[in-house]
Design a protein around this ligand. Sequence first.
Ligand code: AHR
Length: 339
Amino acid sequence: MDRKKKIIKRCAILLLILVFGSGCGKQFDTETEDDYTPTDENLIVVGVSQVGSESVWRTANSNSIQQVFTKENGYFLIFDNARQKQENQIKAIRSFISQQVDYIVFSPITEFGWETVLQEAKDAGIPVILMDRQVKVSDESLYTTWVGSDFEKEGELAAQYLAELVEKNGRTKEELSIVVLRGTDGSTSEIGRSEGFHKVAAEHENWHIVEEIDGEYTTTKAKEIMKRVLWQYQDIDVLVSQNDDMTFGALEAMADADITPGEEGDILVISFDAVKSALELVEEGAISVDVECNPEQGVYIEEIIAALQAGEKVEKAYYVPEKVFTKDNVGRYLESRTY
Ligand code: AHR
């Protein structure tokens, strides 16, 4: 794009920010927009639509984006929090398109329903980078690339570690009742973790999944569900909770009912994400296994944008590195955990 066009585009963005940013409440949630001036025409404009702020993990994910897409690094970030609503994400993406941003980054709340808006982005010539979760679309050229976790592998790892625990505790002949607290229904992380766990669970005849419920990845919802589940079933052996925030809620419900978590307690607890406060519970033995979901995806996305800017080709998918934490290794990582 030549310099004149760029200046016109940046002025249009400034105008939209002034119009929408003042009159229509908090449409954009960014620290940089106030500082924006037309002299910033060399900055790369990135519109990010985040799912919400439902979990500690999500906050860390948003931070990783805000830390890299800074003016010092040559970017102007427009960050929108969709508050867990698909229609808000669609609205944000449309607003990024009308502002002619250079890149759209977004974490789709669920996999379906994106075809139309992604076609609009494609028609406008704006590359879309998916973060964390994926979309199901008939035409894969509607997005450029995706950065996130291997959720199915996470589910399999959780089940494999559970199998090891069961064996270590001499419970392979025992009938085990398992409750699964699932994340947001239809999200890539929920689908993958459920599929991976089921795959391994099918190999264990003594594992019985008595309930699988959508806990929406939140502490409040999970606490409410766990309270009911504990009242309904007297003999739960294992809780698989698809993120740490739900685990915190479930643990509160267990404490209220005088039920203790852990190998020495009543219910084995398996969790996902591995945020610091959950790793502390791994160290204490309340959570037996925590499968990491790495939220620090900002640096990878920035590298991809730098590559695209340089005219390089990028892969269709990038997996972030992840570990599994148990009492045996957690001590080595706890102190350096920043989120
Ligand atoms: O999609 C990733 C999941 O979404 C994380 O496990 C969870 O904490 C978040 O809200």
